[in-house]
Design a binder for this molecule. Structure first.
Ligand SMILES: *Cc1c(COP(=O)(O)O)cnc(C)c1O
Length: 431
């Protein structure tokens, strides 16, 4: 009772110079919320009343709101609920530099209006020699919507029945396509389609042939698809939605189509996402024929799908810059991962925790490569840690497997191991 009465009032706590300063850049509400949390801690006897000010400082958020950083220890490299690809530090710097007024649409040499996003376009063309031109929109779905509208509204899009894909959260590519006013001309069966099926479907109503990569499922057994190299004989625009945004083949992902190879095989246009295997910001890439890209860019809908300067900056830096965090995660050696897991588990055991290390299996996730298993390693803890880590001040997301909470290191940079260990110790009350 006595200690409770000694809890300082909110206005007195807010007089603290550090908190007053924080209020100037975070806003008063965010700081007040931190103070209230510290006062609650004191009321519950978790901290003595004289610790309310330092506790409030610790509770200060890094930003006034918005999505919080979460450490991805799920073993799913591209986790849709965690915002898919994390940006590289280079891309983050580019975003920061572009955040103020920039030359996004100005040619500084002449002082005249410049082509919006030319840096990102040039980076993409340098990375994908088979692309004559490139255009960037909001996401993969926007790229498909623009193509379907510009090439097939009121006409037919020919596509295989086995490629009528639902991506996730109820997003169905066929529904998006018909929403543009294009009619779908389905060919083949669920498991098999032949070149003759496509050929028989072509006619005066044909706008384009669309090939959609089944990026989140696999059909095995008695199957056949028609590769782009064969479709090019049809003499209509061939659009390939490759999904993942892989620019070149990757040895760990032999079945994942990439932009360069798909265009070299004869696709007129490739559509892809920026935040899957490309490892960049949310964006939709349109790559390929200069004539088609020009039509898309001039279509009235293009303006409604255009990306902002931050996206363009992050995309250009991702394409030009060093290996992305996603590429690094794909390339990590399993024995190094196991070493890291063992070291981390040993540190946790030193604090009396029930922790061990072992091999595990990571996946690419929402970004593609269904069925690909990436050998990985994980620290294993009692299952209760999953919720404790998820709801901690610095949240960590693991996964529960056979009654244990697994912290899979495939998507965790080695530099983050210490923070991961700290988070576990804090969740165990050893912080
Ligand atoms: C992910 C995906 C899309 C949708 O892309 P978003 O960037 O999520 O809009 C479309 N097609 C395929 C094949 C995909 O894998």
């Amino acid at each position: 009772m006595d200690a409770r009465r000694r809890i300082p009032a909110t206005d007195r706590v807010l007089d603290d110079p550090a908190l007053a300063e924080a209020a100037r850049h975070l806003g008063r509400d965010a700081v007040r919320a931190a103070v209230h949390r510290a006062q609650d801690d004191a009321r519950e006897g978790l901290i003595p009343p004289e610790h309310v000010v330092p506790a409030a400082r610790e509770h200060l958020p890094r930003t006034p709101g918005g999505p919080r950083p979460v450490l991805n220890a799920t073993g799913v490299l591209l986790h849709t609920n965690l915002g898919r690809a994390p940006l590289s530090p280079t891309a983050v710097d580019a975003v920061r530099a572009a955040a103020g007024t920039t030359d996004v649409e100005l040619d500084l040499a002449t002082g005249r209006r410049g082509r919006r996003g030319r840096g990102a376009r040039e980076a993409l063309l340098a990375a994908i020699p088979a692309a004559e031109d490139a255009h960037v929109v909001n996401n993969g779905a926007a790229a498909l919507a623009l193509v379907a509208t510009a090439l097939a509204a009121g006409r037919e899009l020919v596509l295989a029945r086995g490629e009528l894909v639902e991506i996730g959260d109820g997003f169905r590519i066929p529904e998006l396509l018909t929403a543009t006013g294009a009619r779908l001309r389905e060919v083949g069966t669920t498991n098999r389609v032949h070149l003759a099926d496509y050929r028989d479907a072509l006619g005066p109503e044909t706008g384009a042939v669309l090939k959609v990569h089944p990026s989140n499922f696999r059909i095995t057994g008695f199957t056949s698809q028609v590769p782009v190299t064969a479709l090019r004989a049809l003499n209509v625009p061939i659009i390939a939605d490759i999904g993942s945004g892989l620019l070149h083949p990757h040895p760990a992902l032999p079945d994942e189509p990439d932009a360069q190879s798909t265009l070299a095989a004869g696709a007129d246009l490739v559509t892809a996402s920026g935040d899957k295997l490309l490892g960049g910001p949310q964006a939709g890439l349109l790559l390929g024929s200069a004539e088609l890209i020009n039509r898309l860019r001039r279509h009235p809908l293009a303006r409604a799908l255009r990306v902002d300067k931050l996206t363009l900056a992050a995309l250009e830096a991702t394409v030009r810059g060093p290996a992305t965090p996603t590429a690094e995660a794909l390339d990590r050696a399993p024995d190094r991962l196991l070493d890291r897991a063992r070291r981390l588990a040993a540190r946790l055991r030193d604090h009396g925790l029930d922790a061990d290390a072992g091999p595990s299996t990571a996946t690419v996730g929402g970004g593609g490569a269904p069925g690909v298993e990436l050998p990985s390693a994980a620290v294993r803890l009692p299952a209760e840690f999953a919720a404790a880590l998820r709801t901690a001040p610095a949240p960590v997301l693991g996964r529960v497997e056979r009654g244990r909470c697994l912290l899979d290191l495939r998507a965790v940079a080695p530099e983050a191991d210490a923070a991961l260990g700290d988070a576990v110790l804090a969740a165990a009350g050893c912080g």
